[in-house]
Design a protein around this ligand. Structure first.
Ligand SMILES: Nc1nc2c(ncn2[C@@H]2O[C@H](COP(=O)(O)OP(=O)(O)OP(=O)(O)O)[C@@H](O)[C@H]2O)c(=O)[nH]1
Ligand SMILES: [Mg+2]
Length: 290
């Protein structure tokens, strides 16, 4: 298992900025990746914002295993928390679903304000989560215009920006942040495999091999179906098979495993291997760690 850690200075700055803005928001929209609902959970967020109403959006649900996603969404809903699994980029009713969920989560606060004689104002939500999860895309979908810059690479949003998404909802877009130390060694590989970590710092071969292991655990046969390799193939040999199937050979005819690793990870992210979820709920997982 390869140890990955990515916590550059701009993330620490973003974390501080977010902590400062938390007082001014009524709720949090936490984006996680539906393919890795635990590895994409930022534990620092719980320390920063205990008790704030929270909408968890499992993004990229179109790339995740539908059946597993349903068990995750049920598990993640608890007091003061709602969970929606969405294809943020193309689902038709993203705007309506988010506005309605935010309305429910802030209803109590609104009622409190009315009782105190304060005129109800737009709700304020902070959208946060790991890099590349779809925060800016989500805000643009709600606003109905491309206010926030988006791209298929991590680290696009660099500063906190308020966006009036709707007359009833203002959303603070934030840069994707990770945290200083991953508790589970696998977390780094899973985040890297799904595109939350800057590729320049990664050993793609190691990430690919870790990921192939996980896929084989949960989806036996998928590697073979996609790349036509033997079921018994070892993980390191698997990269050679991928190189051969995808015609990635060096000049001397030797399989180019580095390019194979890169191609494999990109095909995985595009859904070429099918809809896969790379984490299951563990029996020993405690409620507060979900
Ligand atoms: N397939 C799929 N792609 C999505 C979904 N949501 C977002 N994307 C894509 O994911 C990429 C990243 O989206 P962004 O909105 O820039 O992500 P972000 O969380 O703002 O990223 P940072 O600002 O870098 O932290 C874009 O290419 C989106 O089109 C989804 O639900 N499904
Ligand atoms: Mg962004």
């Amino acid at each position: 298992m390869v140890a990955v850690q990515w916590y550059p200075g701009h993330m620490e700055k973003a974390r501080r900025d977010m902590a400062e803005h938390l007082k001014a928001v009524d709720m949090i929209i936490e984006l996680r990746d539906a393919r890795i609902p635990m590895a994409s959970r930022n534990p620092v967020l719980d320390e920063m914002a205990p008790g704030k109403p929270r909408l968890i959006v499992l993004s990229k649900a179109d790339l995740a295993d539908e059946v597993v996603t349903e068990t995750w969404t049920k598990e993640l809903e608890k007091e003061n928390r709602k969970c929606l699994a969405l294809n943020i980029a193309t689902d038709k009713n993203v705007r309506r679903q988010i506005i309605s969920a935010c309305g429910e989560l802030t209803e109590e606060k609104r009622q409190r304000m009315i009782r105190k004689g304060i005129r109800p104002r737009a709700m304020r939500a902070m959208a946060c989560g790991i890099p590349n999860a779809g925060k800016s895309t989500l805000i643009n979908r709600i606003a109905g215009r491309n206010s926030a810059k988006t791209a298929d690479k991590p680290g696009v949003t660099r500063a906190l920006t308020w966006i009036k998404a709707d007359p009833t909802l203002e959303i603070l877009d934030t840069p994707g942040v990770l945290w200083p130390k991953f508790e589970e060694p696998r977390t780094g590989s899973l985040l890297a495999a799904t595109g939350a970590i800057n590729e320049n710092i990664l050993d793609l071969k190691e990430i690919a091999m870790d990921t192939i292991h996980v896929i084989r655990d949960f989806y036996p046969g998928v590697m073979e179906e996609t790349y036509g390799a033997e079921v018994t193939t070892r993980t390191d040999v698997m990269l050679e098979r991928i190189a051969e199937t995808r015609h990635l050979l060096k000049e001397n005819g030797v399989p180019d495993v580095d390019r194979a690793a890169s191609v494999f990870l990109h095909e995985l992210r595009r859904g070429k291997l099918g809809r896969l979820t790379l984490e299951r709920i563990k029996d020993e997982q405690s409620e507060e760690n979900l």
